[in-house]
Structures are given as C-alpha cells and as structure tokens.
Design a protein around this ligand. Structure first.
Ligand SMILES: Nc1ncnc2c1ncn2[C@@H]1O[C@H](COP(=O)(O)OP(=O)(O)OP(=O)(O)O)[C@@H](O)[C@H]1O
Length: 536
C-alpha cells in the first residue's frame, strides 16, 4: 500500500513539478543577482554601470515574482493536501470494519485527523524553502567553481562533511520525533478524558490534580521532551554546518588565496559568496527537520489507515420490509492483551421472526451487547453464520445486511441533524413522534434537525427513539433503552410502543433488566458468561 505522503505527492505531481520549477527559478535568479553584486563591487572604473544596473533590476524582479508564485502554489498544495488527507482518513473511518475501528480507538483517529494531518500538510510549505535555498547553495558553489577550482573542491568537501554530520544526527533525531508522535496519540486520549471526565475531575480536587500532573502533564511533558530532543539535535547539527562554513571561509581567505596578485578582488568575491550562502544554508538546515516531522506524522497516519483496511463501499439497495434472522453456531472472541485473557461468546443458535418481540436478559458482562452487535452486523462472526430471509450473509452483502437494522445502544450518539433522505417529510413525522413520546413541549424538529439536544439523558434517549422510528427499518434493537425512563414512560414503552412495533411486523430485540415486563415477550433469551443458557 502506498503511504499517504507518496500518495499526496503523486496525486498533485503536475502542480508540484510546476511549483518546484518556479521555486528553482527563484533560486537561480537569486544567484544571478549575486553575480551582479559581485561584478559591481569588483568592477573597474568606466565599466558599463547602467547595463549592469538594468540586469540587476531585472533579476531582482524575476527572483521576487518567481518566489511569490512558487510560495502561493505551495501554499495551495499544502491546503489541498490537508483537505484531501482529512477526507481520505474520514472516508476510511466511515467504511472501516467496526471492530477494527474499536481496536484502533478514537484518540489515534482524532490525532491523525488533526495534528498529524497538519504536520503532513506543512511539508508542502517547507518544500519551496528547501528547494529555493538548495538551488542558491548549489548556485553559489557553481559560481565559486567559476571563480576558483580549488576553492570549489574545498567547498564540496565541506558540504560532504556537513551532510555526513547531518545524516548521523538525523538517525538519532528521528527516533525521538517518532516517539513524540506516538506519545501524542496517547495525549489525545487524555484530552478526551479532560473534557468527558470534567464532572468527575471537578468533584474530586486531589484526583483532578493527580490527573493534571501525573497523566496529562506527564504526557504533555513527554511530547515536549521528545520533540525538543529531536529538534535540538537537528538545530545543533545546523550549527555544526554553520561552523564548517566559517572554517571554510577561514581556510579560503587565509590559506588558499594567500598572496595572489589580485588578492583584494578575489577575496571580495569569495566573502560575498559566503555571506550570501550562509542564510540559505541555515534556512535549509532549519527546514529539513520540518520535512522529517511531516514524515513521522505521515507514518502515524499510515499506521491508522493500515489498521482500518478499506471496505466495500457499494451503496446497498433498500432493505426488505420484513426480516427473519437466524444465527447458526455464531461465535465471537475478544482478546484482552493486558490480562492475556479471551472472552468467548457462543457458539450461539437463535432465530428472530417478523412480528416477534424478543427480550435478551442476563447479568453484567454476560455478552448481551456483544451478541446485539453480532446480530446487527457490526461484528463479523468468527465462526458460524448469519442467515437473513434464508440467505447466508457473506462479506459482499454485509453492508446491505446492516441496513435492515436500527439500534439504540447505551452509548448511542445523537447527530444534530436527522440526515433523512431528501423528500422525506421529516419535520411533520418527527413532530408527530415527539408528541407521541411526550416531548413536544421540549423540542421540535425544524428543517430536518432537532431544535435542541440539551435535554436529560432519558429525554435524549426518547429523541434517539424518534430517529429510530423515522429510519423505519424492519429489525429494531434496544439495548437497555428503558433503563433511564421514569416508571410511567417505561410502562408506555413496554406496553404500548413495543406491541405497536410488533403489530407493524417489525422484528424487535430488547436487552432489558426489567423482569416485570418479561411476560410481554414472545421469546426470552437468557445469557450467562457468553453462552445462551435458556430460550423461553
Ligand atoms: N470493546 C470491547 N473490547 C474488548 N472486550 C470487550 C469489549 N466489549 C465487551 N468486552 C468483553 O465482553 C464481555 C461482555 O460484554 P458485553 O458488553 O457484551 O456484556 P453485557 O451483557 O452487555 O453487559 P452489561 O449488562 O453490563 O451491558 C465483557 O465482560 C468484556 O470482557
């Protein structure tokens, strides 16, 4: 698989080449400017000054214009790389296998979408600086060769020594930068705790302080330390490069030039070239680490993408009106790395019919939610198979299979927009449902969105139910939906809403601890430790 950085480079190859060519031109004209300055400084009386001034002016304008155009082009490349990276990663997250996504975890995904993408995009803005300055340095060397061969050879030797030092430093520095970007993924997890654990942290001051110092602070510090370490090595090697340049200047001015007849003239030329070359060299050495940071971030993005292999994104057909789902020897396992233990669910054989109300019951951790995720197709069975309306579900029709379901899990998410298909009278139907769920005085559906989501947990669950009704899927799954409802509404849910759904021919699966209502079910499945122990 091509990494994201080579992919981005390949994708915008043409613009990149154009921008690089313009950038190189800017470098070439900067060196030509230098030749004009030198010519003016060392010219004898009576030389054609006007002509020289004109050339100088033309070169200056071209250098500025090419620099400007190149910078704008690279800035655009950088922004489009950023946007395309974000689109690409989000696309992968959207289509990824759900279990793989759970394993990768949200901190890594968020870190890839924000910080790492930005660092990779910056690569495109550091390229013109690297390129222009590299050309200036090379141009200066060529000019030097024209002035004097021995000096040029010495220059090449210095550059070779500098590059060797830089390469050795690079090997060491990149380790720190890689470690920093890995730690940064963990840092995003702590950022999430900082926001999502705001209540717990406020209620316990010592805990908050320990979190701030030992967890968040330690991680921030680790990123700072590793990045500072890595970047310091780069910057220090830049100083080594600078030192070599000064050593070079010294050698040329005091040893090589010696007592040449036109010493003053030669020395002026060289001094000017050196001074002209130092700043680009510095820029070069400062910008190369940025490109390395980008590479390290691109590696992290590649890791996330690698963990989320692309899936079939064919648009599935409309789900059938009614579904019979059968599980045949279905099995799923979770591996817990920390304790080296495996939780095994199944093998399980079950059957769900249209117009059938099933209750799934069992103790905490017995595997009810995992079974529900298997039934709705979020997890693929590791053994056994699922048969829908008589047809076994294979990899190709898994997406289509999932469209048969609408589920409210306990960690459900309410989107701010209902995102209904165009043409659906979502406002009218939604408001009717809000009325039915006793929420009309609190919230409305307007222009395809709820007017507010700032409601109690039980009320938000009712909104999730509205969404579920609107989706109008043949199989509905409610994972402890009623747990947050008041006794009156619980009664409405079990005695009115569920029988209504059953009467409509829906297949309904309710995970519940409310044993008062078990007698309403057509089927009660009891689970213990990952196994179905009873179907009544
Ligand atoms: N995302 C996960 N990654 C790894 N293991 C998990 C994951 N989710 C659940 N498990 C494991 O599977 C077991 C069953 O969990 P599950 O959520 O299916 O139980 P449950 O019956 O729904 O429990 P509860 O009544 O508490 O909701 C747990 O004990 C846990 O060890």
């Amino acid at each position: 698989m091509v990494g994201v950085l080579p992919h981005l480079v390949q994708r915008s190859r043409r613009l990149l080449i154009a921008a690089a060519a313009t950038s190189s031109l800017a470098g070439v004209f900067s060196v030509l400017l230098l030749t004009q300055i030198n010519a003016a400084l060392t010219a004898s009386q009576g030389d054609a000054r006007t002509e020289s001034a004109l050339r100088f002016a033309i070169f200056a304008v071209i250098a500025m214009a090419t620099q400007m155009v190149a910078s704008v082009m690279f800035e655009r490349l950088s922004q489009s790389a950023h946007a395309s990276l974000r689109g690409f990663i989000s696309g992968r997250v959207l289509t990824a296998d759900f279990r793989r996504l759970e394993e990768v975890g949200s901190p890594k995904v968020l870190s890839a979408l924000s910080d790492h993408s930005a660092k990779v995009a910056e690569f495109f803005t550091s390229v013109p600086t690297i390129l222009t300055n590299a050309i200036i340095v090379i141009g200066c060397l060529v000019y030097m060769a024209w002035l004097s061969w021995p000096v040029f050879l010495l220059g090449v030797l210095v550059i070779a020594l500098g590059s060797l030092g830089y390469h050795l430093a690079h090997l060491k520095a990149i380790r720190h930068l890689d470690e920093a970007s890995r730690e940064q993924d963990r840092l995003f997890d702590h950022f999430r705790s900082l926001v999502e654990g705001a209540k717990e942290l406020r209620l316990n001051h010592p805990k908050s302080q320990r979190f701030s110092a030992d967890v968040l602070g330690a991680s921030v510090e680790a990123v700072r330390r590793e990045r500072a370490h890595g970047m310091s090595i780069f910057v220090a090697s830049a100083s080594w490069g600078n030192f070599l340049i000064y050593a070079f200047i010294g050698l040329v001015l005091f040893v090589l030039v010696g007592d040449a007849p036109d010493r003053a003239k030669v020395m002026t030329g060289f001094a000017l070239v050196f001074v002209y070359m130092v700043a680009p060299l510095e820029m070069l050495l400062v910008n190369l680490p940025k490109a390395n940071l980008a590479r390290s971030s691109a590696q992290r993005i590649d890791d996330v993408i690698h963990g989320l292999p692309g899936a079939d994104s064919r648009v599935p057909a409309e789900p059938p009106r009614a579904v019979t789902v059968a599980l045949e020897g279905v099995q799923h396992r979770y591996y817990h790395e920390a304790s080296d233990e495996v939780f095994t669910l199944g093998p399980i054989d079950l059957r769900f019919e249209p117009g059938q109300l099933t209750f799934l019951v069992g103790g905490n951790g017995s595997g009810k939610t995992t079974l529900a995720k298997l039934i709705v197709g979020l997890y693929q069975p590791e053994a056994g198979r699922i048969v829908v309306n008589g047809n076994p579900v294979d990899d190709e029709d898994r997406i289509a299979y999932r469209q048969c379901f609408s589920a409210i899990f306990s960690d459900f998410h309410l989107f701010d927009r209902l995102l209904a298909a165009p043409g659906t009278e979502v406002d009218t139907i939604g408001n009717r449902l809000l009325e039915k769920l006793h929420l009309r005085n609190k919230v409305q559906v307007r222009d395809g969105a709820f007017t507010t989501r700032a409601l109690s947990q039980g009320q938000r669950k009712r909104l999730a139910l509205v969404v579920s009704y609107l989706e109008d899927r043949p199989f509905l799954v409610f994972d402890e939906w009623a747990a947050d409802q008041d006794p009156v509404f619980k009664d409405v849910f079990y005695r009115e809403l569920l029988p209504e759904l059953r009467a409509q021919g829906k297949t309904v699966l309710v995970i519940s601890h409310d044993d008062r209502y078990f007698d309403l079910a057509d089927q009660v499945i009891r689970m213990e430790n990952g196994k179905v122990v009873n179907v009544g």
